[in-house]
Design a protein around this ligand. Structure first.
Ligand SMILES: *[C@@H]1O[C@H](CO)[C@@H](O)[C@H](O)[C@H]1NC(C)=O
Length: 332
C-alpha cells in the first residue's frame, strides 16, 4: 500500500518536473521575445519622437498632467561663487513649474549690477512659453547660515525647492520631487538622505551618530533629507525663525554648520513622520566633488546630540522608502 502511494507520487512528481521544465523553456522564450519587442518599441519610439519634433520637455509634461498652475519657488543659497550661481539659475529657469527664484545673499558686498543683469537675461531666455519667473535677492547684513531659512514675504507658492549652488538636478527629477511633495506637503521631499544611528558604544541609547551618504547607501535607511536639495512647505521658514528654540539658531550661527539638520528636526517634530527620499540624478558642479556629500561627520554628530537635548527627545523618524519615477525603472 505504502509502496504504491510513493510510486504514484514519484510518477506525478516526474511529470510535474517535466512540465515545469518545458514551462521554464517557454517562459525564457517569452521573456526573450518580449525583450525584443521592448527594444523595437523603444527604438521606434525614440525615432518617432525625434521625427515628430517632440522634445523631452513635452513628454515630461505629459507625464504630469496634473501639474498645477501654482508651482514652486527656488530658494538658492550661494556664497562668492557667481559662476556656479549663473549655471544653476540658467538651468532651473528652464524647469516647468518654477515661478520665482530667491537668492540668499550673505556676502558683504551686494550683488553687482552686471550679475543681476546677466541673471535676468538667462531667466528670460531660458524660461519656457513666456513663463514669468520673478528674481529676488534676499540680502542679509549678518553672515549666518540661518539666513537660508528666513521668512519670505509675499511668496506666491507654498512649495519651496531649497538648493545649494553647487549641485544641479535635471528638471525631470525636480518635477518628480515636486509631484511627490504635492502628495505630502507637510514633509520634506529631497534627494540627499542622511541617518541618525543609535550610538551603542556609549552604553545608552540616547546618544546618536550622524550617518553620511555611504551608511545610508549601505543600509538603505534614512531619517533626514538635507536642504541642499529638498522641497518643503514655506510655513517652515517662519517656524524656523520664530518658533524654533533660539538656542538652536545660535548654535548654527556660532558653529557655522547644521542648519539643514535643524530644519530636519523642526519638520520631523512638527509632523511626526519621516521625510521622503526621491531618486534623482545629481550633477555636482562645484570643485568640491564627492566630498560635499560626505565628511565632517564628527561635527554633524555633535549637532544631532545637541538638538536631541534641546528637544528633549529624538524627533527624527527612520524610514526605508525611496520614490522613483516608474517610467525609468525596469519592467515594474
Ligand atoms: C515639537 O512639537 C510639539 C508638538 O507639536 C510642540 O509643542 C513643540 O513646541 C515642538 N518643539 C520644538 C522644540 O519646537
Amino acid at each position: 500500500m505504502t509502496a504504491m502511494i510513493s510510486r504514484s507520487s514519484l510518477f506525478s512528481r516526474r511529470t510535474f518536473r517535466q512540465g515545469a521544465i518545458s514551462a521554464i523553456g517557454s517562459v525564457k522564450i517569452k521573456l526573450l521575445l518580449s525583450c525584443c519587442i521592448v527594444f523595437v518599441v523603444i527604438a521606434f519610439a525614440s525615432r518617432a519622437a525625434s521625427f515628430m519634433g517632440w522634445k523631452q520637455s513635452h513628454t515630461a509634461h505629459l507625464g504630469h498632467p496634473s501639474l498645477p498652475r501654482k508651482g514652486y519657488a527656488l530658494l538658492i543659497n550661494t556664497w562668492k561663487r557667481n559662476d556656479l550661481l549663473k549655471q544653476s539659475i540658467s538651468h532651473y529657469a528652464s524647469c516647468p513649474g518654477l515661478t520665482s527664484i530667491h537668492i540668499v545673499w550673505s556676502e558683504p558686498d551686494p550683488p553687482s549690477v552686471s550679475l543681476i543683469k546677466y541673471l535676468n537675461h538667462v531667466i528670460e531666455s531660458n524660461s519656457r512659453d513666456g513663463q514669468q519667473i520673478e528674481l529676488k535677492f534676499d540680502i542679509n547684513r549678518e553672515d549666518s547660515l540661518n539666513n537660508r531659512f528666513k521668512e519670505i514675504k509675499n511668496l506666491k507658492t507654498d512649495a519651496l525647492f531649497s538648493i545649494d549652488d553647487d549641485v544641479i538636478f535635471p528638471c525631470s527629477s525636480v518635477e518628480l520631487a515636486f509631484s511627490i511633495w504635492q502628495s505630502a506637503p507637510d514633509t520634506m521631499v529631497g534627494f540627499v538622505p542622511r541617518m541618525h544611528w543609535v550610538d551603542r558604544s556609549k552604553g545608552n541609547s540616547d546618544q546618536f551618530t550622524y550617518g553620511g551618504w555611504w551608511s545610508v547607501w549601505w543600509i538603505g535607511t534614512y531619517s533626514m533629507v538635507l536642504s541642499k536639495a529638498a522641497f518643503f512647505h514655506q510655513k517652515y521658514l517662519s517656524l524656523y525663525t520664530y518658533q524654533m528654540p533660539a538656542s538652536i539658531r545660535e548654535y548654527v550661527t556660532t558653529n557655522r554648520n547644521c542648519e539643514d539638520i535643524a530644519m530636519s528636526f523642526l519638520v520631523a517634530n512638527a509632523t511626526g513622520v519621516p521625510p521622503i527620499w526621491v531618486r534623482g540624478k545629481i550633477y555636482e558642479i562645484g570643485s568640491t566633488g564627492i566630498s560635499s556629500l560626505g565628511g565632517h561627520s564628527n561635527r554633524r554628530t555633535e549637532c544631532v546630540n545637541r538638538f536631541v537635548a534641546e528637544y528633549g527627545h529624538m524627533p527624527l523618524v527612520p524610514t526605508s522608502v525611496k520614490a522613483v519615477d516608474s517610467r525609468s525603472s525596469w519592467f515594474w
